[in-house]
Ligand binder design. Structure first.
Ligand SMILES: [Zn+2]
Length: 229
């Protein structure tokens, strides 16, 4: 097996992880290994068996010791045949399958997959901002929602679209700045792979002087080509 893509150290530590039973499970489905591997946290790891490339939810992200541990698990025959698992499902009655399916949806609260609500996050964020007019403490609710949910899960489009509302509803200057900094920073992080989103942000910053930090960020990130945009 070609393991060149894994550092020697990573291979050693991955082997140790496998030997110390850190691989919770290893499932082979088609040409992919799926697994959960314990480390400082519980990581979800996938390995493409055609290239041995691993992706992982750990900070290392690619070709890490968790991915290597998963490969070791597979090489040592410690894996579950995922194709067979699904084949067995196909032999069950419709009612039996439905029962399993309902159990999974309920246990893991997967209703989002079936109940399509359009732009829920943006709508919720906007409504929360409106609530700040009624009661000041709702501003803390909004800030927490922003930090815990919105910044992580909103589409680029939604991050841009919330900015005018933030400017409209948050009166207190320091609070407003704090929140705009958070959103603008997130947009610049995402801008590493999508420069168009930054161009749209620059357009917005011409309209709202409250977005003065956009220009500072362009300089910090050294996106000098965007200065003339
Ligand atoms: Zn990892």
């Amino acid at each position: 097996m070609d393991n060149d893509i894994y550092d020697e150290m990573v291979q050693e530590r991955g082997k140790e992880y496998f030997l110390k039973n850190m691989v919770k499970y290893c499932i082979k489905r088609g040409d992919t290994l799926h697994g959960t591997v314990y480390g400082s946290d519980r990581y979800i790891t996938k390995v493409d068996l055609k290239t041995n490339t691993g992706i992982c939810t750990c900070p290392y992200q690619y070709n890490c010791k968790h991915a290597y541990a998963l490969l070791e698990s597979y090489k040592n025959g410690k894996y579950v045949d995922g194709d067979k698992l699904f084949f067995n499902f196909s032999k069950l009655d419709k009612e039996e399958i439905l029962e399993i399916f309902e159990g999974i949806v309920e246990k893991h609260n997967l209703w989002d997959e079936f109940v399509k609500t359009e732009k829920t996050l943006l709508g919720t964020a906007k409504n929360m901002l409106e609530l700040t007019k009624i009661e000041k403490k709702n501003l803390f609710t909004f800030t927490s929602f922003l930090r815990n949910q919105f910044l992580k899960n909103a589409e680029n489009e939604e991050l841009l679209e919330i900015l005018p509302d933030v400017i409209k509803y948050i009166q207190e200057r320091r609070k407003l700045e704090e929140i705009l900094f958070l959103i603008v920073d997130e947009l610049f992080e995402r801008g590493k792979t999508d420069k168009d989103i930054l161009k749209r942000l620059i357009e917005l910053s011409r309209k709202y002087r409250e977005l003065w930090m956009v220009k500072d960020n362009i300089l910090d990130y050294e996106y000098f080509e965007l200065l003339d945009y």
